[in-house]
Design a protein around this ligand. Sequence first.
Ligand code: GDP
Length: 366
Amino acid sequence: MEHPENSHEYKGLTVNSGVSSQPTVNPYRKPNRARKRLLSAGEYVEGILKGNVSILGQAVTLVESTADIHQSLAQEVIEKCLPHSGNSKRIGITGVPGAGKSTSIDVFGLHVLQKGGKLAVLAIDPSSERTRGSILGDKTRMEKLSQEKDAFIRPSPSAGSLGGVARKTRETIVLCEAAGYDNIFVETVGVGQSETAVHSMVDFFLLIQLAGTGDELQGIKRGIMEMADGIVINKCDGDNVERANLAAAQFRNALHLFPPTPSRWRPEVLTYSGYFNLGIDKVWDMIDRYFEYVKKTGYFERKRNEQAKYWMIETINEQLRDSFYHTPEIRTLLEQKELRVLNNEQSSFTAARDMLDFYFSNLRAK
Ligand code: GDP
């Protein structure tokens, strides 16, 4: 066939008609309705009990949501999961930033999974503004663990009051247990009150410390050491081994001065290296021994019952507080009363009483 350019009619300027460009959005794509649609409580529960990770994740998002419609659905799901929960080892892990929590949880987690079972890693960090995007952040923090199909890693519910954040984590524990996670780690950054919140929802509380930072005593000052069932000195590797062993001896001495723990378990002090994977089995042997001990003495059950009561009262406190401070008239009244108290026109106590009287009479009127 002749080339078109050889034709006498060919002008050289002819513009091919070309092809139309592809649409940027795939026209065959099915609208993703499934994600938007809320499942029914029964559907959530069924999925959770089957260990469906995607449904578990959605249910946790529901628990974390502040929207009323989500909250009532979440409460129904939790209620239905409760009979299937409780069958796990709940372990709290705390330590100052840099102590090596993520590194350690990564190796502790793999160690636990090697023995079989499933592991959920949750966190309480009330200062955190972390949002959904940070799930990725947490996955990179626990690089190996996040690739394990039997590990469910969830970052802290985003910022809110400590009570609120902690309650959501506790509710998430229930969902994870119902989904068959028989090991639960609750991580908290050891800088504030959040350790107390974590302590009130776990069976074993592990404090990760570092040698030679000069702030060993801080744990004592803030009462964290008293809560610990085990103290582990991380980074016992290289030329840090001697210092780590020395720190361990100091901690052991300090612990002697403490009153006996309510469980009568004597907290142990061990050294390990999360990064180099040294001494992890020693740490885990201790934790296993603890569980054996408290199950034998009945303390395990007693503590869980105490915690259940504590969370009931905490929830009441939190909701009363919320309801009080979210009453619009109270907000105005609060501003006025604050001024009066500051100007010495009224005492703090009578001002508080006036506002509470107003709140309760207002409630009764409704
Ligand atoms: P987190 O802030 O408590 O979660 O601490 P990270 O796990 O992020 O660790 C803080 C730093 O300490 C990182 O640079 C880790 O690589 C390092 N690190 C953690 N564990 C060890 C360890 O066992 N030995 C040594 N030498 N470094 C460690």
